[in-house]
Design a protein around this ligand. Structure first.
Ligand SMILES: [Zn+2]
Length: 270
């Protein structure tokens, strides 16, 4: 915690003490939560549009802490207190700079850096979530790819569970992680929502499902002899051109003389 924060918290304590000392004088009930929120002792949230409809975005001194589908505010506040062990209150108005970054990250524009509060998650889950942040918009990676990339190739199921408990879906794009067989699979907000978000990002869920049905897991470029996961940016563009071949396994691609793309690292996805 910065010195400035400590200073302001000490200041708030003095204010609280002062309020207490007022005894019988009535103060507006909004004063205390507002003061707490301003100095980071209480988290706040606002409502915002997203590709899956309105969402709540909560934040505190550690950054954005939660993203949930907007429904009933009281229910969200109760859920938040249970999950994080601290209260949250609706912001009078969204913090402009943060709301703009969130909006950019949810939309098609530039992504922008965002501070995300992952203090409450395990080291394993943090590794999974940080790796997931690396998956570009419009692309997907299998659960097994995440597991291998973080050095835990046997932990595919645990990767799924970690993603299912992602505190900030959409901002950490767990929707970009698909089943190892290539199918779109499950999502914390439901598989229909997952398909909708992928579609909005330009990763065709229909194409992914069709390739999965055909058992196609890798695409090879017949000109430069590299093979990729189907949504790898370079390969995705080439899908409209008659210059790719399909593979079911990395071994099949390697035997045919293809080398793994060093961007999407498909050999790690078996
Ligand atoms: Zn690639």
């Amino acid at each position: 915690m910065s010195e400035g924060n400590q200073g302001s918290i000490a200041g708030t304590r003095r204010v609280l003490k002062g309020l207490h000392g007022l005894g019988g004088v009535r103060t507006p009930s909004s004063v205390l939560p507002g003061v707490l929120a301003r100095v980071g002792l209480r988290d706040t949230y606002w409502q915002q549009d997203s590709p899956i409809g309105p969402i709540y975005v909560a934040y505190g001194e550690g950054g954005v802490s939660a993203v949930r589908r907007a429904s009933e505010a009281t229910g969200f506040e109760e859920w938040y207190r249970t999950r994080f062990g601290r209260p949250v209150m609706q912001a009078a108005r969204p913090p402009r700079a943060l709301a703009e970054v969130v909006e950019r990250r949810l939309g098609a524009g530039a992504q922008g850096d965002i501070e995300i509060d992952l203090r409450g998650v395990s080291a394993f889950q943090r590794a999974v979530l940080q790796k997931t942040l690396e998956i570009p918009r419009g692309e997907v990676r299998p659960y097994g790819w995440i597991a291998r990339e973080i050095g835990r190739p046997g932990a595919v199921r645990a990767v799924g569970s970690a993603l299912n408990h992602n505190p900030v879906p959409l901002l950490i794009p767990c929707h970009r992680v698909v089943q190892t067989n290539g199918r779109v699979g499950e999502y914390a907000f439901g598989s229909a929502a997952k398909r909708a978000v992928l579609e909005a990002e330009g990763a065709s869920p229909d194409l992914l499902e069709e390739l999965a049905r055909r058992g196609v897991r890798y695409l090879g470029d017949t000109e430069d002899h590299t093979f990729c996961l189907p949504t790898c940016a370079g390969m995705h563009r080439r899908l409209t051109e008659p210059r790719y071949v399909t593979f079911r396994t990395p071994q099949q691609a390697v035997s045919a003389g293809y080398r793994a793309c060093d961007v999407c690292r498909p050999a790690l996805a078996s």
